[in-house]
Write a protein that binds this ligand. Structure first.
Ligand code: SAM
Length: 244
């Protein structure tokens, strides 16, 4: 069977996405390590190195689709005592895992807020940086999420997005296809008992725009100096923009 995500309407998509992350929340971190062979750690480290949160002044950071906290923890570790991170996600199960993982180690420098990336519950110009890692492709109306990112950033604020992209290295593309369509759903079934969420994962990656196409969307939302960097042969791309 098949979710048939290709044909779902926008207002149905979010419900299906929520079911996926409700099902996998408890196994999410393990699956990330297994499926990316640990690479997701290096990709997330690259995002935070590119961000370089300041250690000597206040820094308000919003991590959207923050899930179980991977980006937030890295930003807090790299930043200073006045770095403050809000983990924002639509899914309470993912946030609950994040809260448990954070424990008490960051005190009041971290908080968790549930809501939709398309309608952020924050005033204009609230944050110094906005990140979204492996999240934007799950959002039904990407343009709205990007407009919201731009709205809540202060002038001079940084936008960074890490997302799966499109492999264009001859040879690697065939390996990546075989891996995506066979290994990923099989691994998903082994660990979570269900291959469907992982078929969705693969399908949503295929349907996401190319790195150049996504850069155009980031520009269209009003960001300046938009650049991107493919990593691991284009398996993922890191997009950067500034609210000027
Ligand atoms: N950023 C984390 C990471 O890199 O490990 C989690 C990424 S996980 C693949 C995608 C996350 O996006 C899930 O936690 C899901 O609940 C969240 N999400 C999906 N749709 C969303 C929306 N409309 N608004 C906010 N978060 C959303």
């Amino acid at each position: 069977t098949h979710f048939g995500f290709a044909s779902v309407r926008l207002d149905e998509k979010q419900g299906l996405v929520d079911d996926v992350f409700h099902k996998v929340a408890r196994r999410y971190d393990l699956m990330n390590d297994l499926m990316s062979a640990g690479l997701h750690r290096a990709w997330k480290d690259a995002l935070v190195s590119s961000l370089r949160p300041p250690r000597d002044r206040p820094f308000g950071h919003l991590d959207v689709a923050g899930g179980t906290g991977d980006i937030a923890f890295r930003v807090l570790e790299a930043g200073g005592p006045r770095t403050q991170v809000t983990v924002f996600d639509i899914n309470g199960d993912m946030l609950a895992v994040g809260r448990e993982r954070a424990g008490a180690r960051f005190g009041r420098r971290i908080d968790f807020v549930q809501g939709n990336a398309e309608a952020l519950p924050f005033p204009d110009k609230s944050f110094d940086a906005y990140t979204i890692a492996f999240g934007i492709r799950n959002v039904p109306r990407i343009e709205e999420a990007l407009a919201e990112a731009h709205r809540v950033l202060k002038r001079g604020g940084r936008f960074l997005c890490l997302e799966f992209s499109h492999v264009d290295v001859p040879g690697l593309d065939a390996v990546y296809d075989a891996y995506s369509f066979n290994v990923i759903p099989a691994l998903g079934r082994m660990v979570t008992g269900d291959a469907e969420p992982y078929r969705y994962l693969v399908e949503s990656i295929r349907r996401f725009p190319t790195a150049e196409g996504f850069a155009d969307m980031v520009r269209a939302a009003g960001f300046g100096r938009v650049t991107y960097r493919p990593m691991t042969g284009g398996v993922v791309a890191l997009h950067s923009g500034w609210k000027i």
